[in-house]
Structures are given as structure tokens and as C-alpha cells.
Design a protein around this ligand. Structure first.
Ligand code: AMP
Length: 197
């Protein structure tokens, strides 16, 4: 299964992707996680990306596309994958299509977690507090001002990705503001319907 999770920052893509990893035994490919790992490793690309991520803006398409192109070549991605946080621009979506076309592969579904922007700000503040309470460092980009920049980037660049998949008949919408278990059930129903089709 090759699946894309779409939706604004804080909509719960990471949480749902991790659950799907357990259930389907395919890897979660989170470009945010990959970029943060590159930043921690101190690679030149990682350091460049870190400064951009800390400001809440999007990392340039060529960097992110290059990282994903490498990652989907790894053996664990052969049976499928869950893309979380990618594609975030139409150019990235087109690049992904080209990558998969070259391999003779297609996507099974793009699931959008729909969410209310203002409620997301409250949700992300809670995430930062919970992380701190657990003794872990909060993500710099979960700061309320930076988070608003991330929401703006979503509206400006990423919102156009949803119609891209809608036109291809691949888009399914799920209410991302529902409790985690309900979102999970809704996603499972979409995937069951896709598998039967
Ligand atoms: P995330 O963990 O998905 O919320 O991503 C955190 C940050 O990483 C984003 O705010 C961007 O700066 C960067 N990032 C992650 N994925 C992408 C992408 N597909 N395109 C551009 N920037 C990205």
C-alpha cells in the first residue's frame, strides 16, 4: 500500500501514520523527521534545512524531493509506505508522480485530515506543554508565532495539493478534529474501501 497523509500541521498525520505502521507493517516516511535527523547529524543540507524549519517556512522542493527519492529506494519501502508531510507543494506532488512512474508504481490513496486552524493552534500549544512536562525539549517550530507561519505556508503552498489528488480520484477526507480513535476508524474504513475497489 502506498498512501499519503495530507492536512495542516498539527492535524494528527504523525499520530495516525505511526498507528498505520503497526497495523500494515510498512514504514512511515516523514519528511519532517528526515529533515530533523539531517539537522541533528549536522550535514550541510540538514543545517540549511534546520534554519528554515525553525522559522516555520518550507524547505526548498529540490532538497525534500531528493531526500524522498533516496528513501523510497530503501528495501523496507518496497512493500509500500505512508508519506507524512510530503508532498507539501504541487511541484513535490508532480515529482513524486515522476518517481513512482519510473518504477511502474502508483498511489493507492491520499487521505486528508481536515482540521480547523484556530483549534490547531490550541492543540499545538498543548503538544509543546506535554512534551516539556515529559522532560523532552519541545519542537522550536511549535512556538505559537512559528506555528502560525507554518499554517500560513500550508494555506499558501500546500492547500493546492489536495485538489491535485482530488482530480486523480485518489482523495479521501476524514475529520481530523475527532478523537484519535475515531480518526483511526475513519481511515481504516477508507483503506478497506480502497482495497476492495
Ligand atoms: P513536520 O514535521 O511535517 O511538521 O515538518 C516540520 C518542518 O519541516 C516544516 O515546517 C518544514 O519546514 C519542513 N518540511 C517537512 N516536510 C516538508 C516538505 N515536504 N516540504 C518542505 N518543507 C518540509
Amino acid at each position: 500500500m502506498r498512501l499519503i497523509l495530507l492536512g495542516p500541521p498539527g492535524a494528527g498525520k504523525g499520530t495516525q501514520a505511526r498507528r498505520l505502521v503497526e497495523k500494515h507493517g510498512i514504514p512511515q516516511l516523514s519528511t519532517g523527521d528526515m529533515l530533523r535527523a539531517a539537522g541533528s547529524a549536522g550535514t550541510p543540507i540538514g543545517l540549511k534545512a534546520k534554519a528554515i524549519m525553525d522559522s516555520g517556512s518550507l524547505v526548498p522542493d529540490d532538497i525534500v524531493v531528493g531526500i524522498v527519492a533516496q528513501r523510497i529506494e530503501e528495501p523496507d519501502a518496497r512493500r509500500g509506505f505512508i508519506l507524512d508531510g510530503f508532498p507539501r507543494t504541487v511541484a513535490q506532488a508532480e515529482a513524486l508522480d515522476r518517481m513512482l512512474d519510473r518504477k511502474g508504481l502508483g498511489l493507492d490513496a491520499a487521505i486528508e485530515l481536515e482540521a480547523d486552524a484556530e483549534k490547531l493552534v490550541a492543540r499545538i500549544l498543548r503538544r509543546a506543554e506535554e512534551t516539556k512536562a515529559a522532560g523532552q525539549p519541545a519542537r522550536k517550530d511549535d512556538d505559537p508565532d512559528v506555528f502560525r507561519t507554518r499554517l500560513d505556508a500550508y494555506r499558501r503552498d500546500t492547500a493546492a495539493v489536495t485538489p491535485y489528488y482530488e482530480r486523480r480520484g485518489l482523495l479521501h477526507r476524514v475529520n481530523g478534529m475527532a478523537p484519535i480513535a475515531e480518526v483511526a476508524t475513519a481511515i481504516d474504513m477508507v483503506l478497506a474501501a480502497v482495497a476492495e475497489a
